[in-house]
Design a protein around this ligand. Structure first.
Ligand SMILES: CC(C)(COP(=O)(O)OP(=O)(O)OC[C@H]1O[C@@H](n2cnc3c(N)ncnc32)[C@H](O)[C@@H]1OP(=O)(O)O)[C@@H](O)C(=O)NCCC(=O)NCCSC(=O)C[C@H](O)C(=O)O
Ligand SMILES: [Mg+2]
Length: 280
């Protein structure tokens, strides 16, 4: 992962004030939303406001534009507009299969594509979607998915686990970014922290967010802790020392360290370094 995606903040493209504010927020990435957060009557104005906003400097924050589906009245105009915008990725909603990506790819020749994973068919086709040559990221759309499944919202997210796991496997198999869904109760800090930690434990790269108050919690949850960084350094040192003695296994804190653990340790240090670079 060349850049961190711990915190990925949605901003309605109809909200010029919020788009301006985001230039100073601690978000690793921003999703400028033309889809669900923008009312039908406001879509053309939001597209124009987005073009103005993207002319501004967003620093190191990745700029992702979520268009409307091509099956909607606005999707094709959104996609054509995106072809000329300085966006780092275009996010396609409600992707059911690779053909949905092909259609957008034909309208946007250069910009990397990301997919919203939020339909039952999308879950069943996750591997084929992740394998698409233009796809670089997946975003879980847990609100739409819950609607489609008729599932209930639970703190442990048990009804979502099969879907989260399928998409995670698909993204990891193809080496693309995957970001967890939103936590709707944006004033519930403990609830958000618990859900971020669950997503981090599962292997997600970060979490999508709906309010600036959620940024610090996600940034902390998806960054390596000081203890993890220190352990990674000790594992690498111990493994190198063992190697110098002709041994392929070291022991740190009573646990074995083999070359695969050293790979993980190096990834932890790379991640910490990339996060530190963002802050400079
Ligand atoms: C949820 C909100 C409507 C709340 O807005 P508001 O009442 O204005 O909040 P505050 O007064 O607390 O705002 C304080 C300041 O922060 C700025 N702000 C608020 N939200 C954002 C934001 N997302 N990005 C940047 N800045 C933001 C306000 O402008 C205030 O600034 P200031 O004027 O300086 O005081 C609102 O937060 C909101 O609209 N959030 C985004 C909602 C959204 O994008 N929804 C769609 C994405 S979620 C989704 O679709 C999931 C997926 O598809 C699925 O299926 O699961
Ligand atoms: Mg959705």
């Amino acid at each position: 992962m060349a850049r961190p995606y711990r915190s990925v903040l949605y901003i309605p493209a109809a909200n010029a004030r919020a788009m301006e504010k985001a230039r100073g927020l601690a978000a690793d990435a921003i999703i400028f939303d033309l889809e669900d957060a923008v009312a039908p009557d406001a879509k053309p104005a939001a597209r124009a406001a987005l073009a103005e906003a993207l002319a501004q400097d967003y620093g190191p924050r990745a700029r992702i534009v979520r268009i409307n589906a091509l099956t909607s009245a606005w999707g094709e105009d959104d996609a054509r507009a995106c072809a000329d915008l300085p966006a780092d990725a275009v996010l396609i909603p409600k992707v059911d299969g690779p053909a949905d990506l092909d259609r957008v790819a034909a309208l946007i020749p250069d910009t990397p594509l990301w997919a919203m994973m939020e339909t039952p068919l999308g879950m069943l086709n996750a591997a084929a979607i992740a394998a698409h040559p233009r796809l670089q990221g997946m975003v879980m759309g847990t609100n739409d998915l819950a609607k489609e499944l008729g599932s209930r919202t639970r703190p442990d997210r048990l009804p979502m686990m099969a879907a989260l796991g399928l998409c995670l496997l698909a993204a990891k198999a193809h080496g693309i970014v995957i970001v967890d869904g939103v936590f709707n109760a944006f004033k519930d800090e403990d609830g958000l922290r618990a859900e971020c930690e669950q997503g981090r434990d599962m292997g997600f790269d970060g979490k999508t967010l709906i309010h600036p108050a959620q940024l610090d919690i996600a940034n902390a949850a998806f960054a390596p802790t000081e203890d993890e960084i220190a352990l990674a350094r000790r594992q690498i040192e111990a493994f190198e020392a063992a190697g110098a003695q002709g041994q392929g296994v070291a022991v740190v804190d009573g646990r074995i360290v083999e070359n695969l653990h050293v790979d993980t340790a190096r990834q932890t240090l790379d991640r910490a370094r990339a996060i530190a670079e963002l802050a400079q």
